[in-house]
Ligand binder design. Structure first.
Ligand code: SRM
Ligand code: SF4
Length: 557
């Protein structure tokens, strides 16, 4: 087992938390502050929420000797990212009543609401619960929201594969009833045997644990960025099983060379549901037993895999599962972006993918996206599926209803908004960053749109505007918009400064590398101008920017 002589503080908090109860109830009753107790801030993460404060207002409030403006962010658990129209209406209403109003689609196929004050947490969770929605385990050292390739046109057996997201999520749910007790007022469990948890015990995992399922040829889930990645193997429209990859994870820490981004390593093929689920479960138990519980910076599965070695890991997994995984089967990814506009699946149902810039659903001066989606939901004729590229698919629309739904989208100019947005913008993603993220060093979602407006004319000058370059930005090196898996990435180092990374491939199978450090906007634009000029002149037919960057040796990957 792992050496963990000096447990990190969070480990101690978890073990002392009485199965994730902590003193949350007491914290909620404390009317003197909008915050909760420090230890409880770690415990509520397992209930899907984070304490935050408005960083835009820190200085002004400090000058007035006021406490920070505390509020909470709540993230929903939505395996595969699907909600019904009734659930959409609920989320829309709850967002309006209890949060900033913005419905934020995340890079892991779910939504989160920001700006919920302490007294509104319970009403929010209760309202979600009435709509059969919960936020259990969407944060914390535990299995997170399980991803699945979102577009049903990807495969005639999409539903069958999609169902695995739910099965995996259920299998890896914590057994504690703390969530129901604290937020939904259910009776306290008297006999603790009822919440005995053979997987998580009282320590949970050493760190967050992420699982994604990709359905080739689209790697829209960025499957290799997950702790466990499953690649569906389909032959003659039949699911044969899953290739399993382990040890993906993207976070790095500036100035800490021990941290690194890593793509998951394929370890074998599971040919049945039973074997797939058993393998996932035991990968989690190995990480539970061998993961680093002293240094949280080195606690993800990727470090356990590299420390123990991939062969050791496979042997340990065989010991725990009682079977040997078959050799990896062939698969091919050809793309990673969403299929915008109307698409039909093999059952004749229609899907409209809407472009949502950085996943922010709101009504602003340019477009009333939130109202449009609300009006679609009110018809009851479409489901909603979130994508890992922070977009939403208006889903499962029958041939009969398509014209009516299309009429709503046209009325709100969603069709022209999606069609006429440039390819570079549609292929971009930014994380939340300021003002809510406590870890942000620089802007991301508030800044990338304007930076892209300055990059577009450069691309146009070299006739590259429709080139499908994938560009991503984060406000710090934690990697929430998966920047290291992009062809071009901006990683915040300080206000207005970014490291520029280039050389990732288009399908998420090669990480990019640092090209220039600490750049400000003018340097970024000059640098890109130079790179695009050479790319436009010297690339081979069909060669992507990322591949070209490597061939030119601008970076060594
Ligand atoms: Fe993330 C922490 C937002 C996907 C790696 N992430 C955070 C926090 C909660 C900041 C914090 O710890 O207080 C951010 C909240 C910002 C806010 O105000 O909302 C945050 N992460 C996000 C989201 C919302 C970004 C977005 O704009 O969509 C994504 C939510 C996903 C979800 O629904 O669960 C999000 N985060 C990711 C991803 C991408 C992915 O999973 O595909 C990564 C990189 C992949 C990975 O995990 O390796 C990622 N987030 C991190 C890390 C670094 C973890 C590590 O291994 O060290 C942190 C910091 C931490 O955990 O200590 C972090
Ligand atoms: Fe915050 Fe950094 Fe994640 Fe962006 S990448 S949301 S700044 S933790």
């Amino acid at each position: 087992m792992s050496e963990n002589k000096h447990l990190s503080n969070i480990e101690k908090i978890k073990q002392a938390s009485d199965n994730l109860r902590g003193s949350i109830k007491e914290s909620l009753h404390d009317e003197i502050t909008g915050a909760i107790r420090e230890d409880d801030q770690a415990v509520i993460k397992f209930h899907g929420m984070y304490q935050q404060d408005d960083r835009d207002r820190r200085e002004e409030r400090a000058a007035k000797k006021l406490d920070r403006l505390y509020s909470f962010m709540i993230r929903l658990r939505l395996p595969g990212g699907l909600v019904t129209p009734q659930q959409w209406i609920a989320v829309h209403d709850i967002a309006g009543e209890n949060s900033t109003g913005v419905i934020k689609i995340t890079t892991r196929q779910t939504v989160q609401l920001h700006g919920i004050i302490k007294s509104k947490i319970k009403p929010t969770i209760r309202a979600f619960s009435e709509a059969k929605l919960d936020s259990i385990a969407t944060c914390g050292d535990i299995n997170r929201n399980v991803l699945c390739s979102s577009h049903p046109k990807q495969s005639p057996i999409h539903e069958q594969i999609f169902a695995y997201a739910d099965k995996i999520s259920e299998m890896l749910m914590p057994k504690t009833k703390a969530y129901y007790e604290i937020w939904l007022g259910e009776e306290k469990i008297v006999d603790k045997k009822d919440e005995k948890d053979p997987l998580y015990q009282d320590r949970y995992l050493p760190r967050k644990f992420k699982i994604g399922i990709a359905i080739p040829p689209n790697n829209d889930v960025d499957v290799f960025a997950n702790d466990v990645g499953l690649i569906a193997v389909i032959e003659n429209n039949q699911l044969k099983g899953f290739n399993i990859a382990i040890g993906g994870g993207l976070s790095t820490t500036h100035g800490n060379p021990e941290t690194y981004a890593r793509l998951a390593t394929l370890i074998g093929f599971a040919d049945s549901e039973e074997k797939t689920l058993k393998a996932i479960y035991e990968i989690a138990t190995i990480q539970r037993d061998y993961g680093n519980r002293s240094d949280r910076k080195l606690a993800r599965l990727k470090y356990t895999v590299d420390k123990q070695g991939i062969e050791w890991f496979k042997t340990e997994l065989e010991k725990r599962t009682g079977f040997v995984l078959a050799p990896v089967k062939d698969y091919t990814f050809t793309e990673r972006i969403d299929y915008y506009g109307w698409q039909k699946n093999t059952q004749g149902l229609w899907y409209y993918t809407v472009f949502v810039e950085n996943g922010r659903i709101l009504d602003d001066e340019t477009i009333a996206l939130k109202s449009a989606l609300f009006e679609v939901a009110k018809t009851g004729k479409a489901n909603f599926r979130f994508t890992c590229n922070q977009n939403v698919i208006i889903s499962d629309v029958t041939e009969t209803d398509k014209e009516m739904v299309n009429g709503i989208l046209e009325k709100f100019q969603i069709i022209s908004h999606t069609e006429f947005t440039s390819t570079i913008r549609k292929n971009s993603m930014a994380c939340v960053a300021l003002p809510t993220c406590p870890l942000a060093l620089a802007e991301a979602q508030r800044y990338l749109p304007s930076l892209i407006s300055k990059i577009e004319p450069i691309l146009e000058k070299y006739q590259l505007l429709n080139d499908g370059i994938i560009i991503r930005m984060t406000g710090c090196p934690n990697g929430c918009a998966r920047p290291y898996a992009a062809e071009i990435a901006f990683v915040g180092t300080a206000v207005g400064r970014y490291n520029l990374h280039i050389g990732g491939d288009r399908i998420g199978e090669r990480l990019n590398k640092l090209y220039r450090e600490n750049m400000q906007e003018a340097e970024i634009l000059t640098s890109l101008d130079g790179l695009f000029k050479v790319y436009a002149a010297d690339r081979y037919t069909g060669e992507t920017f990322g591949d070209f960057s490597v061939r030119q040796k601008w970076v060594t990957t």
